[in-house]
Design a protein around this ligand. Structure first.
Ligand SMILES: NC(=O)c1ccc[n+]([C@@H]2O[C@H](COP(=O)([O-])OP(=O)(O)OC[C@H]3O[C@@H](n4cnc5c(N)ncnc54)[C@H](OP(=O)(O)O)[C@@H]3O)[C@@H](O)[C@H]2O)c1
Length: 286
């Protein structure tokens, strides 16, 4: 028996769907049969298309609440429905806390927390009136789950976003489900800005247990699942899409992981494996 995720006849909005993660999400919804509307400040450089169909683009600055509300009003009037909102638009420049004023940090919070709040409230007004309800997805980040030096306001906003989703899930149940995808590193057109050339991207990928960065299409597949009726009982949930996450840095420094003559009791996967000291491995049994 095959498992199909069919969103035919449904309408999905993906904010920031013009490139990167958002384009991957938009294409996954197109492949699942949904009609897709993407919004951003600038149009996509190349069509966002999959399965022979294209996403429709609307210009929108998500930091303009009146414009966001007008966008969803027009959408409801034109389509008469809204099944899924993916709050994907987000990001931040690298800036240490003391390097700039609070107003610039506030702009990061405005994009990564307040804009999804404004968009979700507007989407809810449409979804709550539909018999089938709807689904809101937040695109979070592992930055919101640990210290985020250089992107502190971003990390704080993403942490807030996840908590906001949980509260929405309670207030809006059972009609509207609200879930968060907590992303690790994803390979996009802009990865080189953060990680350098191919060798840099591969080196960064090697720090992830999965051995590589995620592809935008993989984030899209997870979104389609959470938006589908196969996830009907999932709300207020956070799905970690991070390839196993970040290996704790202290493990590399701890002597217990580097057996030496002074510290021969290194952690071993098999408890019954004979102890060894670096350079004096026990001979293999024949
Ligand atoms: N890439 C990763 O490794 C990674 C990791 C964890 C989480 N994430 C999250 O995934 C999401 C997408 O990241 P990405 O790497 O794909 O980013 P990206 O390549 O910079 O794309 C961001 C998208 O958001 C739009 N956008 C930015 N500011 C906007 C505004 N004020 N109003 C409307 N649209 C706006 C951009 O278009 P315009 O500039 O034309 O407006 C673009 O379409 C973000 O929420 C990010 O925090 C990404």
């Amino acid at each position: 028996m095959s498992l199909t995720l069919d969103l035919s006849g449904q309408l999905a909005v993906v904010t920031g769907g013009t490139r990167g993660v958002g384009a991957g999400i938009a294409c996954a919804f197109l492949r699942a049969g949904a009609e897709v509307v993407i919004c951003a400040r600038r149009p996509p450089e190349r069509p966002v298309a999959a399965a022979g169909r294209s996403a429709r683009f609307h210009p929108l600055d998500l930091r303009e609440p009146d414009a966001v509300r007008a966008f969803f009003d027009r959408l409801a009037a034109a389509h008469g429905r809204l099944d899924c909102l993916v709050n994907n638009a987000g990001g931040t420049p690298y800036r240490l806390l003391g390097q700039t004023d609070a107003e610039r940090h506030a702009r990061v919070v405005a994009l990564n927390l307040l804009a999804p709040l404004t968009a979700s409230l507007a989407a809810y007004e449409v979804m709550r009136q539909q018999p089938a309800g709807g689904s809101v997805l937040m695109i979070g980040s592992v930055s919101g789950t640990r210290p985020s030096p250089g992107t502190a306001a971003y990390g704080a906003a993403k942490a807030g976003l996840e908590n906001l989703a949980r509260s929405m899930a309670v207030e809006w149940a059972p009609r509207v489900r609200v879930n968060t995808l907590v992303l690790g590193m994803v390979r996009t057109e802009l990865s080189a800005l953060h990680y350098g050339d191919e060798a840099g991207i591969a080196a960064v990928g090697a720090t992830v247990p999965a051995g590589r960065l995620a592809e935008p299409a993989e984030i899209g597949d997870a979104c389609v699942f959470l938006a589908s009726d196969r996830a009907a009982y999932l709300t207020g949930a956070s799905l970690l899409v991070h390839g196993g996450g970040e290996r704790p840095a202290f493990l590399d420094a701890a002597t217990v992981n580097h057996p030496t003559a002074d510290h021969p009791t290194a952690f071993r996967e098999a408890a019954d494996e004979p102890p060894s000291i670096a350079g004096t491995e026990a001979p293999e049994e024949n």
